[in-house]
Design a protein around this ligand. Structure first.
Ligand code: SAM
Length: 472
């Protein structure tokens, strides 16, 4: 039985409710007055239920689809301005005991190079990431209680936060590791992580079990209920996602929004972020072996519909996608992107030798971080290395309050300008710096409060003179 407040996976992600939602969406997608009513509700920034959003996703009317895209763009501008937050993944270890059929780390893959970084190797990687200009990382590991126990992850987080190289610092470590216990989530929280990210892969239980035939990840309930345990362990910011291509996208879309509704119903706060990865080619993995791949138009529509359904949730896109695809969805709702990424274990300090491929998937955007930053500015965005919110205790519902009270422009915008300035002074190429300095000059005028404007101007001079890490 469907119950968003239940703590049981099969009740808050009820298969019957998803099937009923899809039938409702099919029956109503052609009812343009209902579609208009739903769009109107979204226009008032009230978000949408999984049923309402599913109707929009199913609606093929060209005019209405245009309206949905335009609204997504407007909501994105209203809530996130032109800021885009940057991060990089850091793969610590690809040892894995699971059998995920889409992932080259699966235990039966004997030809992928297995690697686990030592703390000294992590140090070198983090220095290389700092030298690129990164301030925010997403830690990734396979699931292996012997090779990658929680103690290893905790020690690595400590190492990462402790490294100070020139003006560099990693100020926020998000973590994407397998579902674990409340106790371990509490340890991650105590280690100072930002967001705990876990992709559901698929919400379809039967498919989930087939796609994860062996290992602890086979347990659908354990995986699906992980975010509740994370929140019980004190982690306020959690990141959802599905791996598009595994199951039918409309099923996943409804499941994803039901998961968000569940978190809101039980914990009073929805997900901090939603990621939208698509399956990619990798060692041992051929994406065409999966039947449910989606084209770029459908992908863009999914992003737009998520944007208007959950306006307060950040959205993440990785280098799985090409520059052209990233540009398209940036306009429609994405608020965070990775740049200069490596999906191998190591590879930032020194390129991985070709014969030692340990990568999780092929990257489609191979540009350097500097190139990504310049490109973002050239297409109208303000790159941000801000990590202030969680360091100021603005996590979970407090962050949502910031969004809802429209103070973002007096808080996130100045933080974006100051962290971009740090990047320009410390790491940018001359060309990127020139574009960036002009952008900062222009954007200072967009800070509503005069007093805040003045403080930012003073801090920008201090950054030029060597001080770092200002934030509101
Ligand atoms: N092992 C952890 C877990 O169980 O969630 C960490 C996640 S893994 C390092 C990061 C994510 O990469 C996975 O959740 C999956 O969605 C995605 N992934 C795996 N194989 C992929 C592929 N071939 N193409 C694109 N993404 C993939």
């Amino acid at each position: 039985m469907y119950n968003p407040q239940s703590l049981k996976a099969e009740e808050f992600i009820s298969h019957d409710e998803i099937m009923a939602t899809l039938a409702y969406a099919d029956a109503n997608a052609g009812d343009l007055s209902l579609v208009e009513q739903i769009i109107e509700k979204a226009r008032q920034r009230r978000g949408l239920t999984h049923r309402e959003a599913s109707v929009l996703l199913a609606c093929n009317d060209k005019e209405k689809t245009k309206e949905i895209f335009a609204l997504a763009e407007q909501i994105k501008k209203d809530f996130y301005g032109n800021r885009i937050v940057l991060f990089a993944p850091l793969y610590l270890s690809n040892y894995c005991v699971n059998g995920c059929v889409y992932c080259p780390y699966h235990a039966k893959n004997k030809h992928i190079a297995r690697k686990k970084m030592t703390q000294e190797e992590i140090r070198r990687e983090v220095i290389a990431l700092q030298d690129m200009g990164h301030k925010r990382l997403a830690l990734e590991t396979g699931e292996d209680p012997v090779n990658n126990p929680i103690e290893y992850v905790l020690e690595s987080i400590k190492t990462i936060y402790s490294i100070r190289h020139k003006n560099g610092a990693i100020r926020r470590v998000n973590v994407n590791i397998a579902a674990t216990t409340v106790e371990n989530y509490r340890k991650l929280k105590d280690a100072g992580i930002g967001t705990y990210i876990l992709f559901q892969e698929t919400y379809h239980k039967e498919s989930y079990e087939q796609l994860h035939p062996t290992g602890p990840k086979h347990n659908y309930a354990w995986h699906t209920e992980a975010m509740d345990r994370a929140m019980e362990g004190g982690i306020d910011d959690v990141g959802l996602g599905v791996l598009f291509g595994l199951e039918k996208y409309r099923y996943e879309f409804a499941g994803l929004l039901m998961h968000a509704e569940h978190l809101e119903a039980v914990h009073g706060v929805g997900p901090h972020t939603i990621s939208v990865p698509r399956i990619k080619h990798a060692d041992d993995i051929d994406p065409s072996a999966f039947d449910n791949g989606i084209d770029d138009d459908t992908f863009a529509k999914i992003v737009a519909c998520i944007r208007i359904a959950v306006p307060y949730t950040g959205m993440i896109i990785s280098t799985r996608e090409s520059p052209a695809c990233r540009e398209r969805v940036l306009h429609l709702g994405i608020s965070q992107i990775s740049g200069g990424s490596k999906t191998s274990v190591g590879g930032y300090a020194e390129p991985e030798p070709a014969e030692e491929n340990s990568a999780q998937f092929d990257v489609s955007d191979n540009r350097t971080l500097d190139e990504v930053i310049r490109w973002l500015m050239q297409i109208g965005y303000l790159p941000s290395f801000c990590t202030a919110c969680y360091r100021e205790g603005r996590t979970g519902d407090r962050f949502m309050e910031l969004c809802k009270s429209k103070q973002i422009q007096n808080c996130c915008h100045p933080n974006a300008l100051m962290t971009l300035k740090e990047y320009l002074v410390d790491y940018a190429s001359p060309e990127t710096r020139k574009i960036g300095e002009e952008l900062i000059r222009k954007e200072i005028g967009n800070i509503p409060k005069e007093k805040v404007q003045k403080i930012v101007e003073e801090n920008l001079v201090k950054i030029e003179n060597g001080s770092r890490d200002f934030r509101f």
